[in-house]
Structures are given as C-alpha cells and as structure tokens.
Design a protein around this ligand. Structure first.
Ligand code: HEC
Length: 123
C-alpha cells in the first residue's frame, strides 16, 4: 500500500512538472516553425543555396535593401523586433511578404515564433 501511494505521488509530480514545462510560448518550437515557414524567404542564401541556386532569398534581400546594412538582413539576427510588429506582418503581410493564415500557422505557433525571434531581448 505504501509503495502504491509513493508511486502515485511520484507520478503526480512527474505529470504536473511536464505540464508546467509545456506552458507558455516555446522559442525552441518557434525555431522549428520558423524554419518551415519563414526560412524559405528569410534564411541566409548560403545554407539553402544548393536548392535555390545560392541567390539572395526574397525576404533577406528585401530587408538588406530596406535597412541598407544598418540592421542585419536576417530576421534571426535582429534584436529590435517587437512582438506586435511580427504579428501584424505575419497576419497582414507587408509588400512582398504574403499573409499567413491561422490554418497555416496557429496563434500558439506564432507566439512560439515571436519567442524565438525576440529571444535575445529582455522581456
Ligand atoms: C514569400 C516570402 C516570405 C515568407 C514566406 C516570409 N516572409 Fe517575411 N518578408 C518577406 C519580404 C519580401 C519582406 C520585406 C517586406 C518589405 O519590403 O518591407 C518581409 C518582411 C518581414 C518582416 C518585417 C521586417 C522589417 O523590419 O521590416 C517581418 C517581421 C517578417 N517578414 C517576418 C516573417 C515571418 C515570421 C515569417 C514566417 C512566418 C515570414 N516573414 C515569412 C518575405 C517573406
């Protein structure tokens, strides 16, 4: 009997800590979602150059022109992106950037992307 109670309480602790670990946005999952949906335009041409012929990717190229080198053209190297700005651009699009629907990237996944892109900022 004692053993069963011990086992049960152990399980309870294990379950509650894993549930806690999953709450809130995850920058780690944000990287996975970013790689799938954003890197095809916002990656560095070098890493996916084999597939796309090594030219600059549209997002990276456009941001290079927009900021003329004052900010890094790679979104993943930016430290100034505000969460609300990322949401507005992803949901509403911006010039050459298409909108992304909630059926493609859920709100929770977008929160994960934001956690990833703002990971270097104090929040
Ligand atoms: C089809 C290509 C494409 C895809 C896919 C794409 N983007 Fe973009 N993105 C662009 C282009 C092009 C721009 C530059 C728009 C401009 O000229 O201001 C841009 C701009 C942005 C900006 C504005 C940066 C700034 O300082 O002006 C953010 C933020 C952004 N993208 C986030 C994302 C995220 C997050 C994803 C993935 C969910 C994504 N983008 C997917 C093409 C893309």
């Amino acid at each position: 009997m004692k053993q069963t109670i011990f086992l049960l309480s152990f399980l309870l602790v294990a379950v509650s800590t894993s549930a806690l670990g999953q709450s809130g946005p995850s920058a780690e999952n944000g990287k996975v979602v970013f790689d799938k949906w954003c890197t095809p335009c916002h990656g560095s041409a070098v890493t996916v150059g084999g597939l796309l012929g090594g030219g600059p990717l549209p997002g990276t190229a456009a941001l290079g022109v927009k900021y003329k080198g004052e900010l890094p053209p790679l979104l993943e190297e930016r430290a100034d992106l505000a969460p609300a700005f990322i949401t507005t651009v992803v949901r509403g699009g911006l010039f050459g950037m298409p909108i992304t629907r909630k059926t493609e990237i859920s709100d929770a996944e977008l929160e994960d992307i934001i956690a990833y892109l703002t990971r270097s900022q104090e929040r």
